[in-house]
Write a protein that binds this ligand. Structure first.
Ligand SMILES: C[S@@+](CC[C@H](N)C(=O)[O-])C[C@H]1O[C@@H](n2cnc3c(N)ncnc32)[C@H](O)[C@@H]1O
Length: 231
């Protein structure tokens, strides 16, 4: 997929991407390629693949999402948070990423593209202690399996807010294993949407928070990993 194909594919899904936004995505793509030579940012490094497997994959799941504040947990090189901040400027985007080197890259992207985003160099479980129930939307891609991810992400979400988990083909199993975590953290799975990306079906899960999360969560990471909720 190239820039023009990306724009048409987004349009078919009801997402209009302006030429200015395409320029910003292209600038981000070049920074990603440049920095990827000096540090490990992404295994997906070819231009065509970046347009499809990173940009298209990250933009489409938010086509119908509403809200003002969005937090991307474990953003890495900026996915999905940076494409979302570019294409949906109505969201005030916060990126949470514990690796300092990756945050330096994210700061560079922010400066060069002139993005109004916040970058927090922290683990989600620490960030959540100071930012409970602060976000309308929380999202995450490729950070942890769903049971663990829910404990990291749901405390950040306000009641009635949406948690959007970008998952692969194993999503159904992950949901089955996360029933206790969903109950404990007061969320329901309200929707599942499939996005076709480079001959694969990516499953995106949409959760709604029904009640506040107990202050017990998130626990420290050692406990979350050793004893995931309900596992
Ligand atoms: C495989 S990368 C995925 C990055 C990006 N979300 C993507 O889809 O390309 C996983 C990222 O999650 C971050 N991470 C791992 N544990 C985390 C935690 N407890 N809180 C926040 N981020 C975490 C890692 O530092 C890493 O950058």
């Amino acid at each position: 997929m190239n820039r023009v194909e990306f724009q048409s594919a987004c349009q078919r899904q009801g997402v209009d991407v302006t030429n200015k936004q395409l320029d910003q995505l292209e600038q981000y793509l070049h920074l990603l390629q440049e920095w990827n030579q000096k540090m490990n940012l992404t295994a997906i490094d070819e231009e065509d693949q970046i347009w499809e497997k990173h940009f298209y994959d990250c933009v489409i799941p938010f086509a119908n999402e509403m809200g003002e504040t969005l937090c991307d947990v474990g953003s890495g090189a900026g996915f999905p948070g940076i494409p979302v901040a570019i294409v949906y400027p109505q969201f005030h985007v916060t990126l949470v990423e514990p690796l300092l080197k990756r945050c330096r890259f994210l700061e560079t992207v922010k400066q060069e593209l002139g993005l109004d985003i916040q970058i927090c160099n922290e683990r989600a479980e620490d960030f959540a202690k100071k930012n409970r129930a602060q976000f309308d939307i929380v999202t995450s891609r490729a950070v942890a399996r769903l049971t663990i991810l829910l404990e990291l992400c749901i405390p950040l979400l306000r009641v009635t807010g949406s948690f959007v988990a970008l998952k692969g083909k194993n999503a159904e199993n992950e949901v089955n294993n996360a029933k206790v975590a969903m109950e404990t953290l007061n969320v329901i799975l309200k929707d599942e949407k499939i996005v076709h990306v480079a001959d694969a079906d990516h499953v995106n899960l949409y959760f709604e928070k029904m009640k506040p999360t107990s202050k017990k969560y998130p626990r420290v990471y050692g406990q979350i990993k050793k004893k995931p909720l309900g596992e």
